[in-house]
Write a new protein. Structure first.
Length: 248
């Protein structure tokens, strides 16, 4: 599981001095659950995910991944995470099969199990038709499927998705949603960052509403509906922010 406690991240700017990108954020996510970080672009979602994945150091606070402190034991934490970043580049002249093989070896997945694992993921993501084509010629949806498979090639217990359905067509978006739910059903701890209200409603067991680096509300959809007296997540989001002008 993941626990984030009193997390703070500040960046230094020449004009404004220290800027608080993440301000005293606390939440947790258990195995077999999907926790959604819901917020507009620039809310601090990606910063939080990068800290969890050991790509950034927190200014203060504590982040534990499967019992390991990300600042003191980053290697142990990293081994247990599969991360799909918002910008997932692929090697143009590698095929999806070669990419999965490379990252499987990089993540030290057992060699004797790697080829069956690759075959299984190609089938799961319905990539048979393009598994041996150069990535350069793949569509956006095809590339996203490869990135999803790459994120879990080492079968990590924790999977983190940063805006996984941006710029995808409807059919590919549905496939991604099914993939995320399958990760939860396998007992994995899943964190999903999104600004799409319907996506959070459909997928998340618990939702944290993030705005300007602050976690304004947290709970199940039913708990948030009860707390704010609203029927839909969009109205809940606006009510938590407190002013529609803040969304412009």
């Amino acid at each position: 599981m993941i626990t984030v406690h009193n997390l703070v991240k500040e960046f230094k700017e020449k004009k404004n001095g220290k800027v608080g990108a993440v301000q005293d954020v606390t939440f947790s996510c258990d195995n077999g659950k999907i926790f959604g970080l819901l917020g507009l672009n620039g809310a601090g979602k990606t910063t939080i995910l990068r800290i969890i994945c050991t790509m950034l150091q927190p200014s203060s606070g504590e982040v534990m991944v499967a019992g390991f402190d990300v600042t003191k034991q980053p290697g142990e934490a990293r081994r247990r995470i599969g991360f799909l970043p918002a910008d997932s580049g692929l090697y143009d002249y590698y095929t999806p099969r070669e990419i999965l093989r490379y990252f499987g070896l990089l993540c030290k997945y057992p060699k004797e199990k790697l080829e069956p694992r690759i075959t299984s993921l190609i089938k799961m993501m319905r990539m048979e038709e393009f598994a041996d084509m150069y990535s350069k010629g793949l569509s956006t949806g095809m590339k996203q499927k490869v990135c999803l498979a790459r994120a879990i090639i080492h079968d990590p217990p924790i999977v983190i998705f940063d805006e996984p359905t941006n710029s995808l067509d409807v059919l590919t978006r549905v496939a991604v949603h099914d993939f995320i739910k399958a990760c939860r059903d396998e007992g994995k701890c899943v964190i999903l960052s999104t600004h799409i209200m319907s996506e959070a409603e459909k997928l998340c067991d618990e939702i944290g509403i993030l705005h300007k680096g602050k976690l304004l509300a947290i709970g199940t959809l039913d708990e948030l509906k009860s707390q704010f007296g609203k029927a839909g997540l969009e109205d809940i989001f606006i009510a938590s922010v407190g002013d529609k002008n803040e969304l412009e």
